[in-house]
Write a protein that binds this ligand. Sequence first.
Ligand code: ACM
Length: 276
Amino acid sequence: MTSLRLAVVQFSAQFGEVGANIAALEALLEPVEADIIVLPELCTTGYFFQSRDESARYAEAVDGPSCELFRRTAAAKNAIVVGGFAERAGTEMYNSCALVAPEDGEVRVYRKIHLFYREKFAFDVGDKAWFNVYNAARDVNIGMMVCYDWRFPEAARSLMLAGADLVVCPSNLVTEAWRKVMPARAIENKVYMAVANRAGAETRGDETLVFKGDSAVYGYNGDELALADPHSNVVIYADILPAKTRDKSFNAFNDVRHDRVPAAYAALCRPNEGRA
Ligand code: ACM
């Protein structure tokens, strides 16, 4: 069974300083040796966009400098690289996550579906369903979601049902509840979860966001396999066995995929019967 080394990078970008952020990320990545490298949400631009004018100013196509960093890193490290960037696609602007494998250098993009707080003023809602990327060289199926997607169990569940072994979640987390929920997403789907967060603060106008750090990797039983700290730019590592997630049983008689009863879940979505 293939064991893979997963590196999760915690990095605090400076808002709007794309060149400096890319240089700082390259320095942080320099000693990293891993099969999969996960970077935070919007890791090259900073997070706290205020308007569409701002996202239009900083958003890039997939041949821009951010995806070029991901592509360059994937090739140099012989690793799958995942990272968040502000994406321009015609007149649309997305809070996106790119995955690049060294075998083909193709940029595969997930566009964040659940927009958090002021992201609603700066980005469009992702226009594609969740999908996984299977990498044959490493025998791993990776699903992407971005930060606030964690609050919607449908995100990780959709990825699990489509066969994810590992769900990566580039993030800029500013609340606390995710600490309880990310391990739950791992348990209920029997998948690995990798949360690449940032630390530090961003002040835009008269509002400051404080990011929580504590990037983490959770095993498919919800165990914490690696944990960063609340403050640093730092890389954490975990060794994972992706194929172990494919058997969804947890005892002789229960299996979190086969025990599902979708017809009952649909029924619950209908209005209560027998009530006025
Ligand atoms: C978030 O979605 N960046 C909290």
